[in-house]
Design a protein around this ligand. Structure first.
Ligand SMILES: [Zn+2]
Length: 232
């Protein structure tokens, strides 16, 4: 089921898919607030005043790969097809965050930007934050050339040798799940608070959208997250 606009399906059909998904998974369509992803690390704080943005109202920003909120009944929405979804919950401050981290966002430490934004905006303590790394291209499939490898090899503080395998011939396998896990830990979130789905989109392309498996002729996944309040 395609949950991305502008990928060849009519907007009407994508909206229909959103309705289907929301009613099946227990989200309220009227409360959706979507990101504006452009592979940067800007984090936007959103609330009820942003209802519909990027889904049933036009986008109003060019760059917001991360969303955070402390309001109930605000459903954060981000989009994927191999890139890494990062989920955050601070049960103490009752706040959530959802971020899109492709390889560029991962190398730019989007995971740490999200933790820092929750600390800054909501007074979260990193040790209280729970995080999850969602389905995305895995270490089995994410092969890169030297320029991408060099971005990851240069990351200070998180031991790139733990998530890069040299294949030879100028090719490298990068484990984006482990890189994100280490980046979130470096920002102060304890290891025991981080879950990794370990589910590769390319290996499971028969039921998850994968850009590497399908190329440009594909739909897209969405991640959603909401603090449940009074609405259904
Ligand atoms: Zn794979």
């Amino acid at each position: 089921m395609n949950l991305n606009f502008g990928r060849g399906d009519s907007d009407e059909n994508v909206v229909r898919n959103f309705h289907r998904f929301c009613s099946a998974a227990g989200f309220d369509y009227s409360t959706l607030v979507a990101s504006a992803q452009d592979h940067h690390t800007f984090v936007r704080r959103v609330g009820a005043e942003n209802y519909g943005t990027g889904v049933w109202k036009p986008k109003d920003m060019k760059s917001a790969d991360g969303l955070i909120t402390n309001e109930k009944d605000v459903t954060l929405v981000t989009f994927y097809a191999d890139c890494v979804p990062l989920f955050f919950l601070d049960p103490q401050k009752r706040t959530i965050g959802l971020a899109h981290a492709g390889w560029r966002g991962t190398a730019a430490k989007m995971g740490a930007e999200m933790v820092n934004a929750m600390v800054r905006e909501f007074g979260s303590s990193p040790k209280d934050i729970l995080a999850a790394v969602g389905p995305s291209i895995g270490p089995c499939c994410f092969e890169v050339d030297a320029p991408v490898y060099e971005e990851f090899a240069a990351l200070p503080g998180i031991h790139p040798e733990k998530f890069i395998v040299h294949k030879g011939g100028g090719k490298y396998m990068i484990d984006l799940w482990e890189a994100n896990r280490r980046i979130i830990m470096e920002a102060g979130v304890p290891a025991e608070n981080i879950e990794v789905a370990q589910l590769c989109t390319e290996c499971n392309a028969q039921w998850l959208w994968s850009h590497r498996a399908s190329g440009a002729k594909r739909g897209g996944l969405a991640a959603m997250m909401c603090l449940k309040g009074e609405k259904k």
